[in-house]
Each structure stands twice: as C-alpha cells, then as structure tokens.
Write a new protein. Sequence first.
Length: 230
Amino acid sequence: MTQQPQQPRFGEPERGQIRLIHTHAEGTLVDGTARGDGSAPVLKAHRFRWSRHLGSWYLPHTRDRMAQRRIIDNVRGALEAAGFAVAVDIDDAYRPTAEVEADRAQRMSERAAALDAKAERYEASAEAAQAAADRISDAIPFGQPILVGHHSEGRHRRDLDRMHRLTQAVLARRPDSTRRRPASRDHPSRPGHQEHPASRPGTHRAVGDQAPPADPLDQRIVSHVRRRAR
C-alpha cells in the first residue's frame, strides 16, 4: 500500500517536492525545502548541512566526486517516510581538470577575502573595546583603592568590572597571532638570526620600555603607567 503524504498542519508551510541533486560542479544539494517544513531534522541526521552562501542544504565534500548513492538513498527514504515527495537527479560526469582547478582557485580566493573582512571586523571591535576600557581607566587615579562604605564604592566596582569585561573582549578578538605567524627573516627561531642588543634582558632603561607582560591585569597596569608618563 502506497503511503500518502501527510497534510501540513495549520500554520505550517505546504510541503512540495524535494529534489536531491548531484553534479560534480556543485556536489550534492537539496532543493525545494522551506523553513519549518520538517525536513531539517531529517537532513541533519544524514550529515547534510545548511549553507547561507548557497541558500540550500548540501552534503559536505561531494564536489568533483562520485555521488554517495547510499546516503542519497537513505535520506530519500527518510524524507518520504516523513511525508515528502522526493526526486533524485544525479549527474556523475567528470569536469575537465582545468575547469576544476580554476573553480578551486576562485573558491580559495573568495574564502581568503571573507576571512580578511572578518579579521577587519574583529579588529575594529577590539579597538572600540580597548578605547572604552582606556576611558574608564583614565578616570580612575592610579593606585586608587575602593573606598568601602563611601558613596563612590558602587561606581568604582562597576567600573572595574566593566574594564575587566572589555579587556576580555579585546583578548577574545585579538588572539595570540604569534603562535600562528610563520617565522620571518628576523624571527629569533630562524637560523642566522642576530639578536639586537636592545632586545637582550636587562638593557631596557625604564618600565615603560619593557616588553608588555603576558598577564592581562599587568598589561593594564603597564599601559596606565605609560600614559601617565607622557
């Protein structure tokens, strides 16, 4: 007996036909889904992911590869059991190597541009948080303790808490890039590097000339001393 598609409940989007499409140029995509139609849990259970860039569900690592027919058959059966009408369209024709390489180079270039834009947004956000923390720090005299019982106690504690949260936000948006940066010609880890005398321990003239400490609180103190010394 053929199972009849389930009728959508009131307020739910009407279920149309879903197409599972595979080509070597695009990989395995899903067409015909809608937000809230009930297809998302089924697709997630079969390793499909949603792409905002593509505007559809896709099966990862399927571009320029043969269709994974077992997964496609399984998700088709699961969607049909959930009341969807499903059609499958598979084209396993290979693309020319030059076309594949050009497509891959374009995707890498687009990804690099997207990551650069994301890094710029993070840097702008970090600079704004740093400026806000500096404004709070400049308003507090250096070494000023919290005056317990004084009318300023509450505001002082709130300012310190906000400075801490802003500092954490800066650190979160500015991870230690030196761990990911490849060694340059002047990096001490490279063979033949000659250390500059000013970089040796004990040659700094003042606290303000020393390398910034690793601890976030110590960084705030050194930064405050440098601003006061100007």
